[in-house]
Design a binder for this molecule. Structure first.
Ligand SMILES: *Cc1c(COP(=O)(O)O)cnc(C)c1O
Length: 424
């Protein structure tokens, strides 16, 4: 069940969209199939993966962590070493290359925390495409470092003021734009969800992660017992799992955001949570966190990338059949995992990826030593200092922020004084 059957994975998936979007999706489906059978496209993709993204990414033996935990050897796939700091660039570059091949000159994307927006903006800069990123007004305010990065890459960040002014409103706005402009515009969707063919496209471009792991393990005679990845929409996990799905082994484990607890609004556990329901939202059927009226419920996670009410349809189906096991990790466990791998391996996990790290810390001691656990570090944690520092060293961080504000004010004064002088 690696690829969808007419856009469905079992009963999940589909293309539940308005008529206008159908033509855009149908055109995309045909062009994607053609591209994946075109040697010159694959060659171009391969070269840009190598030279721009920096593939392949290393597979690191976590020697000290393994010794401390005393069970199965742990290996970390260092996806966070990809250019721009996370796996999202694999999909962004793939889709932007595809868009160019289709003759599109303009790219649009949605973004929540800004990670997908940054990856898409960078890919567009590299490939010479015009880029507009839709982002909820609330997120624009909260995620200024990413907004600044997108603008540096030359993208236009369009603040969305409708609804809750967050990710789902940004998706709605991007879909509206696409329906009106698909003649020259491609919509780069950021995770392995949404209407068909996006789940197939995103998995395909992200499966470079799993294909490398398979090759790296074969070269080094590593037998894999379990593979662990965090699950937001599901793109890093499905790409990591993809080449192993049709086999019985290894165990494939997805880790959702357990947030601060099991109650509604405290987490983003779509597969294991109390409010998990089937539904059709934003063009596809899957599992979502919904109320009795089918309205989306609030979610919570310390990691912005996992803080989402929906999960990709293929993962929902693989959870149902049991091929993928789902666990959750609490905010506190993710923070502990960040510290553990930083201190013992010199590797700084993104908070999202640290959910997978937390599950590995729990599982490794219970698993036999002859088979490895591979953890996908989907991103690196540099981007998280605004979240981790206030937790780990709140007083020092507050003093730092205050002194930064003072410094800004001083600079402004100096600048104004200079302007005054000039105008004299
Ligand atoms: C966005 C993001 C995720 C979650 O998205 P998926 O589509 O589930 O992979 C995980 N890790 C990092 C570093 C991210 O930026």
């Amino acid at each position: 069940m690696t690829e969808s059957d007419k856009g469905f994975f079992g009963e999940y998936g589909g293309k539940y969209v308005a008529e206008v979007l159908r033509s855009a999706l149908d055109e995309l489906e045909v062009s994607f199939k053609e591209a994946m059978n075109d040697e010159s496209f694959l060659k171009e993709l391969n070269e840009i993966q190598r030279d721009y993204i920096g593939r392949e990414t290393p597979l690191l033996y976590a020697k000290t962590a393994t010794e401390i935990l005393g069970g199965a050897p742990i290996y970390i796939k260092l996806e966070g070493l990809a250019n721009t700091g996370a796996h999202k660039i694999n999909n962004a570059i793939g889709q932007c290359l595809l868009a160019k091949r289709m003759g599109k000159t303009r790219i649009i994307a949605e973004t929540g925390a800004g990670q997908h927006g940054v990856a898409t903006a960078a890919a567009c800069a590299k490939l010479g495409l015009d880029c507009t990123v839709y982002m909820g007004e609330v997120d624009v305010r909260r995620q200024q470092p990413n907004v600044a990065a997108m603008e540096m890459y030359g993208a236009k960040v369009q603040a969305v003021t409708s609804g809750s002014r967050t990710l789902k409103d940004a998706v709605n706005e991007a879909m509206r734009d696409w329906a009106a402009n698909f003649g020259n515009t491609h919509y780069v969707l950021g995770s392995a969800l949404g209407p068909a063919p996006f789940p197939d496209i995103v998995r395909t471009f992200q499966s470079v992660i799993g294909n490398e792991v398979k090759r790296q393990c074969a070269e080094r005679n590593i037998e894999i017992g379990a593979m662990i990845a965090c699950v937001g929409g599901g793109s890093n996990s499905i790409g990591f799992f993809a080449p192993f799905i049709d086999q019985k082994e290894p165990r494939l484990i997805g880790v959702e955001a357990g947030g601060i607890g099991p109650n509604v609004g405290e987490n983003a556990s779509r597969m294991t949570g109390n409010a998990s329901r089937e539904g059709i939202v934003q063009g596809y059927k899957s599992r979502f966190l919904l109320d009795n009226d089918g309205q989306s419920l609030p979610t919570r996670s310390i990691s912005a990338g996992l803080d989402y009410m929906g999960i990709g349809p293929q993962l929902a189906e693989l959870g149902k059949t049991g091929r993928v096991e789902f666990l959750s990790a609490l905010d506190s466990e993710a923070l502990e995992a960040v510290k553990f791998f930083a201190k013992n391996e010199g590797v700084l996990f993104a908070l999202e990826s640290a959910h997978a790290g937390a599950a590995a810390i729990k599982l490794a001691p219970k698993m036999p030593k002859d088979k490895a656990i591979i953890v996908n570090m989907s991103g690196r944690g540099d981007k998280d200092i605004f979240i981790t520092c206030p937790v780990f060293r709140p007083d020092e961080w507050k003093i730092f922020l205050e002194s930064e504000l003072e410094r800004l004010a001083e600079q402004k004064d100096i600048h104004n004084a200079k302007l005054m002088e000039k105008s004299k």
